[in-house]
Design a protein around this ligand. Structure first.
Ligand code: 1CP
Length: 340
């Protein structure tokens, strides 16, 4: 059994299990090779044998304990009928969506048909994955998805999206409910197809004002956890990036099994103030992995020291950056494996 699943079942081990967010992707030459054969990024996400291939690539190179499904958080808006494309250099572009036209502009019609190749990729990955490795599925959290969908792209402040949310809170709450349902359904299908765990990426949770955190971040997360829990006790990892002391509420009230911590979270503070049985994940600055050498080694040891006495998964505070030198990843994995 995978060390990651053993941890979720309550068996803590040292060294900790390890995987990295965005471990499949542009830093790997073999990924870039496969990517070149597809016209669009979604062609890769929706071609099961290719999605399976790039999911497994990082495990062929590095001794990770888990694979993460190769897909994207923006398959949900795509499956709900919003046009999504990926431009080289600018990131995702979504067709304009106005909160005032919701719910007319989106629908569940064709949702599962559109996402069927994702579930097919999961079955394929499971048929090839060693029993000692786990497969992690994922989705974007409603708040983060709503920002992309209303803004039409990723940017620094999501001003257009937040303006709409502030001006029509009632409809925005309905929009978040609708997205919570879509996310839950997508996660449940992933579980049925064979993922061992799921991660909820709330990458832009830190953009939510404190006054609205309960309503816009915490409540949708609780809904999703409750819906998934109705059909499965699959471990759910929450990644509410950049929320600072709101981690106290998120950690104790969201219902997630594990909490992925960004690089700015002080681990001793988190450890002292969050439920003792809550599994931690993450925290290593992705730029330290780019930088490498002794500072990287010292930080790995420091994280391990601060996590002592609590179950944790070694990971980054955010995704691997495309410029990360592969020998640094190799060294990092080796140093984690040598921890006592
Ligand atoms: O041409 C390419 O190769 C496009 C680059 C790329 C890749 C490799 C995108 C576009 N998405 C992905 C894969 C991806 N996205 C994974 C794969 C599995 C893995 O190895 O981890 C995952 C988990 C995601 C999730 C994702 N997509 C998030 C949440 C995690 C995070 O990094 O914050 C977000 C915010 C997205 C949106 C997105 N998709 C792609 C890009 C470049 C972005 C970010 C754009 C932005 O900064 O706003």
């Amino acid at each position: 059994m995978s060390k990651l699943l053993e941890l979720f079942q309550g068996r803590t081990s040292s060294p900790p299990p390890l995987w990295f967010m965005r471990q499949a992707g542009r830093h790997l030459p073999e990924y870039r090779q496969v990517r070149k054969t597809c016209k669009t990024f979604f062609d890769l996400c929706y071609t099961p044998h290719l999605a399976a291939q790039v999911t497994l690539q990082p495990l062929e190179r590095f001794d990770y304990d888990a694979a993460i499904l190769f897909s994207d958080i923006l398959v949900i808006p795509d499956a709900l009928g919003q046009k999504v494309s990926f431009e080289e250099g600018t990131g995702p572009l979504l067709s304009p969506l106005s909160l005032s036209t919701f719910p007319k502009s989106l629908s569940f019609e064709g949702f599962f048909e559109k996402l069927a190749p994702v579930y097919e990729a999961i079955s394929l990955i499971r048929s090839k994955l060693s029993p000692s490795k786990a497969l992690i599925g994922f989705a974007g959290a409603p708040w983060t998805l709503a920002l992309y969908m209303l803004e039409g792209r990723g940017n620094r402040d999501f001003a257009k999206a937040k303006h709409q949310a502030f001006q029509d809170e009632e409809n925005f709450s309905k929009f978040l409910d609708f997205l919570s349902e879509a996310v839950s359904l997508h996660l449940i299908e992933q579980v049925k197809a064979g993922v061992h765990s799921v991660q909820l990426f709330d990458t832009w949770a830190g953009h939510c004002p404190a006054t609205h955190f309960q309503k816009w971040v915490l409540k949708p997360t609780q809904k999703i956890v409750a819906m998934v829990r109705k059909i499965s006790d699959v471990p759910i990892i929450g990644f509410p990036k950049g929320i600072g002391s709101h981690l106290l509420d998120y950690g104790s009230q969201s219902g997630v099994s594990a909490l992925s911590l960004d690089a700015s979270t002080p681990l001793t503070w988190a450890s002292e103030n969050l439920p003792k049985d809550l599994i931690f994940q993450g925290n290593l600055d992705p730029l330290l992995l780019v930088s490498g050498g002794n500072p990287l080694k010292k930080t790995i040891e420091s994280i391990h020291g601060q996590m002592k006495g609590r179950p944790y998964i070694f990971n980054l505070g955010h995704g691997i950056l495309p410029q990360t030198p592969l020998p640094h990843i190799e060294a990092c994995v080796k140093w984690v494996r040598e921890l006592k």
